[in-house]
Design a protein around this ligand. Sequence first.
Ligand SMILES: Nc1ncnc2c1ncn2[C@@H]1O[C@H](COP(=O)(O)OP(=O)(O)O)[C@@H](O)[C@H]1O
Ligand SMILES: [Mg+2]
Length: 239
Amino acid sequence: MDTPDPLLSVEGLHVSYGAKQVLRGIDYHVSEREVVAVLGANGSGKSTSLNTISGFVSSNAGRIVFDGSDVTALPAHRIFRLGVIQVSQSRDLFPFLTVEHNLRLGGVIRNRHEIEDRLEQVFEYFPRLKERRGQQARTLSGGEQQMAAIGRAIMARPRLLLLDEPSGGLAPQFINEIGTIIQALKDDGATILMVEQNLALAFKVADRFIILRDGTVSDGGFVRSLEGNYDDIVRTIYL
Ligand SMILES: Nc1ncnc2c1ncn2[C@@H]1O[C@H](COP(=O)(O)OP(=O)(O)O)[C@@H](O)[C@H]1O
Ligand SMILES: [Mg+2]
């Protein structure tokens, strides 16, 4: 039987900032309902890789194919409309808007009925956001802001959810909660490409791993389990 085409494929992607070449021909794919984690040291191009998929950064060479269409040259708003929704590393909430207003803005590409529906869904995933729906986003703790940022992305009903370091800067208790949420999204059929420096979290939720190193996908970049591999993985990433 033929395996279905992946939802996302990245083929021979090269990205530079001016003279600085960050990605030197990377290839990977994400299939429907998969959770794939991108690992790599600081500055290895993990965020660049996500930002190129969502159209915020343009590539010098290579192709990005989403759901059978070449999206390499599409502007970010068109890619967003296709349902490729990114939660950036900086979360980018509107600080002076309420939690609920931030969430509703995430549903801008959906109709009114869908927005109400999604809002209920987000509050099921994040009861804490329901409690805090009337508060300005700036008054939330770091962990709650990450929840709001993920919640806002879910409002768009993503076909591919891109998460850039969801555990970044969070206390252990929140890292656990975020892990539980990612697991719940996965159980509900989400397709997720996530960047994560927290190996324990990545290994808890991801089906596959991609290790970026020196602008390419490392040979050791397709491991499936942390068990017995931990030292190898750390060496591949950092040494
Ligand atoms: N907008 C930019 N302009 C110039 N250099 C950048 C820009 N964004 C990232 N870089 C550089 O590109 C490299 C990869 O960055 P990034 O993709 O953010 O890495 P990671 O997310 O893996 O830490 C780093 O050396 C970073 O300093
Ligand atoms: Mg980054």
